[in-house]
Design a protein around this ligand. Structure first.
Ligand code: PGA
Ligand code: ZN
Length: 426
């Protein structure tokens, strides 16, 4: 049973405060989890509670959320069985009492939820992926490595937020990491040679002053080739344009490029990029408020490209179900803090898989050294993880944890490969 719940304030990768929680059980087992934080958040995400006092942390303090961990949320779970994750998460949600988790804070709730799961795993002396996923959890995910940053994650003019490489042709996860690292360093050389900055953005990818997606994709393609890999066969391209950030008054407003695209033009533009480059997956190609555009693009390219809903679904099972019923996307991004509890995030993955949708486990742009999502990717068998570039310890920590998991699984480990990005009913 849970005997103590402690919250504290720690720093995230952007130097902002975030919530960390320790949960202790009667047998002395300890679980610890730190909560991440987004910058390009969906409108229907669970609410991250911030103090809003401009005199402290520029308004971004989490003192109230930390207090809620030690008071109301602790009271809701102390004495409970940490193995009953569903019951425990329901108690946390009930203690908050709001649909959006705005009273006690989704950041406070998620910290307790994840730390409890880790304490339960520790009590069983099992690694988290094994405790949650059972003996069958042995699929290592394809990493989607974000090597060019733009949008809300960098100060450059690039309108698209993320340009990623997915080493689908690797034999093992460890080899995928090597390939990603080699491409990352090839890209760095090419950017330097072209006179660009090689400073990195929030997710550890380079943030050169490029203006168009095509320029970024060309640099990435060249880097893949110069590292010795075949674009498409060995390494696929993945993008997260994060279009909700620049969809204004019904138009996609590309301020860096200096172009506006109507939803119909946006569909044509994306379909053109998917045809011109070996793009395996695009996340948020259409905005959360442009469901019509989402349906059009899904009908047009959904059979040959993974289309992942982030802002449009917010890891929320009800929103995902609406999307499944109306032909929006064919994949869901899973960010545990968008919904607030582990139980709900796992339910969203199950709902996706049952409908033939794929699921991609994901970090946030504000992260910590916490590696829970690496274990969740293996536990759910979703076969894909998006956790940033090959630099910044907040990103590499997840890759390093997956390297350890693969080693621990030994001969039974399997690397997901390109198959993981295909709809399960195809
Ligand atoms: P965020 O962005 O964590 O800043 O919200 C990540 C994403 O859009 O996928
Ligand atoms: Zn996204």
């Amino acid at each position: 049973a849970i005997t103590s719940v402690t919250g504290r304030r720690v720093l995230d990768s952007r130097g902002n405060p975030t919530v960390e929680v320790d949960v202790e059980l009667a047998d002395g087992s300890l679980g610890r989890a730190a909560v991440p934080s987004g910058a390009s958040t969906g409108a229907r995400e669970a609410v991250e509670l911030r103090d809003g006092d401009p005199a402290r942390w520029h308004g971004r303090g989490v003192d109230r959320a930390v207090r809620h961990v030690g008071t109301e949320l602790a009271a809701a779970v102390i004495g409970r069985d940490a193995e009953d994750q569903a019951g425990l998460d329901a108690a946390l949600v009930a203690a908050d009492g709001t649909a959006t988790r705005s009273r006690l804070g989704a950041n406070a709730i998620l910290g307790v939820s994840l730390a409890s799961a880790k304490a339960a795993a520790a009590a069983h002396r099992l690694p988290l992926y094994r405790y949650l996923g059972g003996a069958g959890a042995r699929l290592l995910p394809v990493p989607m490595m974000n090597i060019v940053n733009g949008g809300a994650h960098a100060d450059n003019p690039l309108d698209f937020q993320e340009f990623m490489v997915a080493p689908v042709g690797a034999e093992t996860f460890a080899e995928a990491v090597r390939m990603g690292s080699e491409i990352f360093h090839s890209l760095r050389r090419d950017l330097l040679a072209a006179g660009h900055s090689t400073g990195v953005g929030d997710e550890g990818g380079f943030a050169p002053a490029l203006r168009t997606a095509e320029e970024a994709l060309d640099f990435v393609m060249t880097a893949v080739e110069r590292a010795g890999y075949r674009p498409g066969a060995d390494v696929g391209l993945v993008m997260d344009p994060a279009t909700s950030e620049f969809f204004r008054d019904g138009v996609y407003d590309y301020t860096g490029e200096g172009v506006r695209r109507t939803p119909a033009e946006q569909v044509d533009y994306l379909a053109g990029l998917i045809d011109a480059y070996p793009v395996l997956s695009v996340e948020d190609p259409m905005a959360e408020d442009d469901l019509e555009g989402w349906r059009e693009l899904t009908a047009r390219v959904g059979s040959r490209c993974q289309l992942t809903g982030d802002d449009v679904f917010c890891t929320n099972e009800a929103l995902l179900r609406e999307g499944i019923d109306s032909g929006v996307a064919n994949s869901v991004l899973v960010k545990v803090n968008q919904v607030g509890t582990l139980t709900e995030a796992l339910a969203t993955v199950s709902a996706a898989h049952r409908a033939g949708y794929t699921a991609v486990m994901s970090h946030r742009s504000g992260e910590t050294e916490d590696t829970t999502i690496a274990d969740l990717a293996v536990a759910t068998g979703c076969g894909q993880i998006k956790t940033g570039s090959l630099s910044r310890s907040d990103r590499t920590a997840k890759y390093n944890q997956l390297i350890r998991i693969e080693e621990q699984l030994g001969g039974s480990a399997r690397f997901a490969g390109a198959e993981a990005l295909r709809r399960r009913d195809q």
